[in-house]
Design a protein. Structure first.
Length: 247
């Protein structure tokens, strides 16, 4: 039997969207008969009691570590790594409240990775997009939502050329973020920064990220962004931009 190709899937943010994403993604990766996956979970945040309205977890603690522990029990076939930290760019300094909770992005997101951004701030989305643009081969799936609507964006590079455009190309709010990355904020700022979230919107964003991942895995993806609005039963919408895939 031929040896499987070794590939990495990196999930940044293991909260509302991230947990729904992983419930399906980890199972797919564990039983992929074509590739040997390593699943990397990155998050510097902690599960708290208040998270139970949208997130399933067995115990309190760091989100990446707790989730990795749970998934290893379910999928012993899958190599799973936990990074209990926030990603940061070169020279970025964390707030004193988060000392030691920062990892350089270049250490955890590498050539050939399939990256899933499940974060809730534009500052980190921009960091992920810009770092991805510095690599030769990368796939980046970015999901986010407000209360009942949201979107999924896909950025891809192969052989040093863009297949789909960077996240900020169509969204200036990502290119010029008005917010901060979590590691730059105090604990008080983080506590007050959250906005109400709907579990079904988290679930929809995660499902569309998985669908886009599979389509791109098969080299059949033709859309750089998918928009959804649960309140109006809209899927696609004005933010969905179909395009001709660059070879």
């Amino acid at each position: 039997m031929a040896e499987k190709n070794k590939v990495r899937a990196v999930v940044v943010g293991v909260g509302g969207i991230g947990k729904f994403l992983l419930s399906a993604l980890a199972r797919f990766l564990a039983y992929d008969d074509k590739r040997a996956w390593t699943l990397v979970l990155i998050d510097g945040d902690e599960y708290e009691v208040k998270n139970r309205t949208r997130q399933a977890f067995r115990r309190l603690g760091n989100k990446a570590e707790v989730t990795a522990e749970e998934l290893r029990e379910q999928f012993p076939e899958l190599l799973i790594e936990a990074v209990p930290a926030y990603v940061a760019g070169a020279g970025q300094i964390s707030h004193s409240d988060h000392s030691g909770l920062v990892v350089p992005i270049a250490e955890v997101i590498r050539e050939g990775d399939w990256v899933f951004s499940c974060v809730d701030n534009h500052a980190t989305r921009l960091l992920l997009s810009q770092h991805s643009q510095s690599l030769q081969n990368i796939r980046l799936f970015s999901g986010g939502n407000a209360y009942s609507d949201g979107n999924v964006q896909i950025y891809a590079r192969r052989g040093g050329k863009d297949i789909f455009p960077p996240l900020e190309a169509a969204h200036p709010e990502i290119g010029r973020p008005a917010d901060k990355a979590p590691f730059e904020m105090s604990c008080e700022e983080l506590a007050s920064a959250g906005s109400p979230q709907l579990i079904f919107a988290n679930q929809m964003a995660a499902a569309l990220m998985c669908a886009a991942f599979y389509s791109e895995l098969e080299r059949k993806l033709r859309c750089e962004e998918i928009y959804f609005d649960l309140a109006s039963s809209t899927l696609g919408g004005p933010a969905a931009r179909p395009l001709t895939r660059k070879k």
